[in-house]
Design a protein around this ligand. Structure first.
Ligand code: FAD
Length: 377
């Protein structure tokens, strides 16, 4: 059987492109990236907060904690070197009266997770750093930042293209079979019908469809597939009167019930301010990106708690994204599933499933590990 490519990556989001970048840096050039949309990065990677996370929230031994820390440490120098817009602005997690213990817990977690540049602030110190914000106390995380996700993905893609990788857009992977040491993927290319691609390695970086891609192989062998649950996060933007008012990102105490960080305040390259994301479990697998006007009241009430001068009419609906949550155990927070499936009998098949937040922060570190597994064969 003729091998078309050494590696096929399914999905051209920040994770798939992060893998391509790392393969290029390991001089692996026979690579095809397959993307179902008509361009790269149109999935989760362009519908998020664009925050470079500190790693404060995650359980110590989780993959999220590990890849967030490693990813952040690699991301700042990468952005600097490849001219990706970023701003290490730091963030404030603010506690209201009665939430002091929860803030203390986060401070301890930050120490356990070895988050650098952390500091507890009393009301007066908070007032000096963020005069618009009202809270009892705050935790400052100086290593948090923001970046342009689009510029990051463009930089990954440039490195991949310079290594002669191929990118096939408007093509959907619809089938997969193991053929001895190889994999044969069926690809539906709009206008051209179905054809097959033969490869030694498959990297499943299909975001919201990553469990379905894993299931292409596993269902046949009746192996249980990790199931994703979708959690929608909507954003509202603030009117121009709030532009450039903030130096730091502002977060409330996290919302454990929805496994989310709570409705926070962030800003972009132009200083425009957005609030979100909310968190709402979706019943099915429909990718519904509409933002409900009715949610304005909920956003207003949540944020007014720490931004007293906020007016209801300052808010208007913006955009939404969907988190692919992997709930292995309903009592635990979700984690990433990052596996070379050798032990299940699928040498050469790597699954990256449930890469929700902090996937953008972690992309370089995930890519480096995947490329190392492939280079070591
Ligand atoms: C609301 C929200 C806020 C977030 N905020 C942050 C944040 O501030 N900081 C942070 O670090 N992370 C954040 N994240 C997480 C981060 O955005 C994701 O972890 C990351 O973008 C996931 O990238 P991906 O490449 O896995 O997925 P995607 O970007 O979705 O890429 C997967 C690609 O696979 C393609 N695909 C799917 N099925 C197929 C198929 N069968 N054939 C071919 N192609 C296919 C899709 O079209 C898509 O382009 C947030 C996520 C959400 C939803």
């Amino acid at each position: 059987m003729k091998v078309d490519y050494k590696v096929v990556i399914v999905g051209a989001g920040v994770v798939g492109l992060g893998v391509a970048r790392a393969l290029a840096e390991n001089n692996i050039t026979s690579v095809l990236i397959i993307e179902k949309e008509k361009g790269f990065g149109r999935g989760i990677s362009s519908r998020n907060s664009e925050v470079i996370h500190s790693g404060v929230y995650y359980p110590k031994d989780s993959l999220k904690a590990m890849y967030c820390r490693m990813g952040r440490e690699k991301l700042y120098p990468f952005c600097q070197e490849y001219d990706v817009w970023h701003n290490q602005c730091g963030k404030l997690i603010v506690a209201q009266e009665g939430q002091e213990l929860l803030l203390d817990e986060l401070f301890q977690k930050a120490q356990i997770n070895e988050v650098p540049h952390i500091r507890m602030l009393n009301q007066k110190e908070l007032g000096l750093m963020a005069p618009e914000v009202s809270a009892h106390s705050a935790l400052f995380l100086g290593c948090t930042g923001i970046l342009s996700a689009h510029e990051l993905m463009s930089a990954f893609l440039r490195i991949s293209a310079e290594a002669d990788h191929d990118l096939l857009i408007g093509a959907t992977v619809v089938g997969g079979e193991q053929k001895g040491d190889l994999y044969q993927l069926s690809v539906l290319n709009q206008g051209e019908g179905i054809y097959t691609v033969v490869t030694t390695w498959v990297v499943n970086a299909a975001g919201l469809n990553s469990d379905i891609i894993a299931g292409l192989l596993w269902r046949k062998d009746k192996i249980e597939v990790p199931q994703l649950k979708y959690s929608k996060g909507s954003y509202f933007k603030l009117s121009s009167k709030w532009r450039n008012k903030f130096q730091h990102l502002i977060y409330p105490i996290p919302d454990k019930e929805h496994d989310s960080l709570g409705i926070h305040l962030s800003f972009d390259k132009g200083g425009d301010v957005k609030l979100g994301p909310g968190a709402e479990w979706l019943a099915g697998r429909e990718e519904d990106y509409s933002v409900r006007v009715e949610d304005q009241e909920l956003f207003y009430n949540d944020v007014k708690a720490y931004l007293p001068d906020l007016q209801y009419d300052d808010l208007s609906p913006d955009f939404s994204g969907i988190r692919p949550k992997l709930m292995m155990d309903s009592k635990e927070p979700s984690d990433f599933y990052i596996h070379h499936e050798e032990e299940k009998g699928f040498h050469g098949w790597i699954n990256l499933i449930g890469i929700d937040s902090p996937g953008l922060t972690a992309a370089i570190a995930i890519g480096d590990d995947v490329a190392r597994w492939i280079a070591e064969g």
